[in-house]
Design a protein around this ligand. Structure first.
Ligand code: NAD
Length: 478
């Protein structure tokens, strides 16, 4: 069995222990043994990143751009192979895996361009003869902590801007998906960065993650994951006044209005609620449907969901892969019980499925007659489970959509310009989708939410500069 090491200060280093990376479609398939760092190794990576920072921050922007372009180009050239690895370790289907890898490559290429597009402002002073310049500078060492559900895209959308704007990086990937993280580190390690500029530290959140969050040399933490972990990180990072960016959970609504095109509504709902096994922070797990279309929508949706092929993520024709691991499966099953006990009607799905290999297969589940105050409508399940909530009209649907602690993504299916425009203006979420799924976003525009979903500046696109740089105002008199 091959062992994969951590990458610290330009060297591949073994750790005190390793952990197996298992394929959720076939539990007998172990992808490799991956290093598990202890706190000492994490501290070594932080020290290396701190040492590398001054020269990298002041270094050639052309070299930086070249390195990022090289990383992006290699990812894109190897998208099929890396997509396969992603699907094998995370369980999303092969087209989804290849799509995610493609996006990671595009993100690196986008930020390669941003390196040389960085600009500032020059302003007149209110004091005659004085000139003012407003510029952006790198922050220092960035601690990057990522979840398992986008094993290459989320690391890419944090690492690429961090490096592009002149910071150094310590990257801790999620425990279940070290394969893509290691492959990405291997590509970065060959891209010509000086030692210490980028470091990979695989290991437990409570060990490696905590060390990064508490360490005074880590100037900023960019985290994506669950609300409870995010809140714990925030308490510690803010106490030492580190810069902080948190992307957390969602309970995203999709409103379907009476005037919706039925086929569009069903496609948008199936894509948003069930694809990637529902394991997306932007998944539309609340389907808020107005009375006039409700029964037709539920019937057509149930037909479509029944026809979804749940199987090995790597098999051709699979629509929905397995759940990522036993603990997530247990969580999904427990919410199915909760929904039944709360009085929602489980119209289909929710049973464990047997396939050729032993894996975490779950039939996509659909509840109807749910209300917005049930736990299944308020808490993030993070599996292939959606609930239909009936609304009497647009106004009630909008109120229900906004009645949540979260505010990541929200959607509406309608043919009415009036309702689409009103919804875009009044929806309380960071991202609003009209006639497209709540999940699935572009790489060159801001990503992030409101309320309990996010904290701190937006990710991606040019807005990434807000988090990964710090502003300086300089006054000059002749
Ligand atoms: P998680 O919170 O369990 O783990 C996320 C990361 O934090 C992992 O790398 C983990 O090892 C690390 N971690 C755990 N404890 C830590 C600690 N005490 N200190 C520092 N780091 C620690 O989340 P997960 O189960 O990997 O991911 C699923 C969650 O991520 C869902 O809630 C989902 O909504 C969310 N998510 C959000 C977005 C978004 O952009 N809003 C995107 C994807 C996933």
């Amino acid at each position: 069995m091959q062992t994969y090491d951590n990458y610290i200060s330009g060297e591949w280093l073994a750790s005190v222990s390793t952990t197996p990376n298992r394929n959720p479609s076939n539990l007998a398939d172990v992808i490799g043994e991956y290093a598990q760092a202890d706190a000492e190794q994490a501290k070594g990576a932080i020290a290396a990143a701190a040492k590398a920072f001054p020269a990298w921050a002041m270094g050639s922007i052309q070299e930086r751009a070249n390195s990022l372009d090289k990383i992006g180009s290699e990812i894109l050239a190897r998208k099929d192979e890396l997509g396969r690895l992603l699907s094998r370790e995370e369980g999303k289907t092969l087209p989804e895996g290849v799509g995610e890898v493609t996006r990671a490559g595009q993100i690196f290429r986008f930020f390669a361009g941003e390196v040389v597009r960085m600009s500032g402002e020059k302003l007149a002073s209110i004091r005659p003869g004085v000139e003012i310049e407003v510029t952006r500078e790198p922050i220092g060492v960035i601690g990057i902590i990522t979840p398992w559900n986008f094993p290459i895209a989320i690391p890419a959308w944090k690492i690429a801007p961090a490096l592009a704007y002149g910071n150094t990086v310590v990257f801790k990937p999620a425990d279940f998906v070290p394969g893509c993280a290691w492959a990405l580190a291997d590509i970065i390690a060959r891209a010509g960065l000086p030692p210490g500029v980028f470091n990979l530290v695989m290991g437990r959140g409570s060990v490696v993650g905590e060390t990064m969050v508490n360490h005074p040399s880590v100037a900023a933490i960019s985290f994506t994951g669950s609300v409870s972990t995010g809140r714990g990180i925030a308490a510690k990072a803010i106490a030492r006044m580190a810069k902080l960016q948190l992307e957390m959970g969602g309970k995203n609504p999709l409103v379907v209005l009476d005037d919706a095109d039925l086929a569009t509504a069903v496609n948008v709902a199936v894509q948003g609620a069930y694809y990637s096994t529902g394991q997306r922070c932007t998944a539309s797990s609340r389907l808020i449907v107005t009375t006039g279309i409700h029964d037709r929508f539920v019937a057509a949706l149930a037909d479509k969901v029944k026809a979804l092929k749940v199987d090995d993520a790597l098999a051709q024709g699979t629509d929905i892969g397995p759940v990522v691991d036993q603990s997530q499966l247990d969580q999904d099953l427990s919410y199915l019980d909760i929904g039944r006990k709360e009085g929602a009607t489980l119209v289909l799905g929710g049973e464990r499925l047997k396939r050729q290999h032993d894996g975490y297969y779950l039939a996509p589940a659909l509840f109807t007659e749910a209300s917005n105050d049930m736990r299944i409508s308020r808490e993030e399940i993070f599996g292939p489970v959606a609930s239909v909530i009936r609304a009497k009209d647009y106004d009630e649907a909008l109120a229900l959509a906004n009645d949540t602690e979260f505010g990541l993504s929200t959607g509406i299916v309608t043919t009415s310009l009036k309702y689409a425009s009103h919804f875009k203006r009044h929806a309380q979420a960071g991202m609003v989708m009209v006639n497209v799924p709540t999940a699935g976003v572009d790489y060159h525009v801001p990503f992030g939410g409101r309320k309990g979903s996010s904290y701190g500046p937006r990710e991606q696109g040019r807005y990434a500069a807000e988090f990964f740089t710090i502003v300086k105002t300089a006054y000059t008199a002749p």
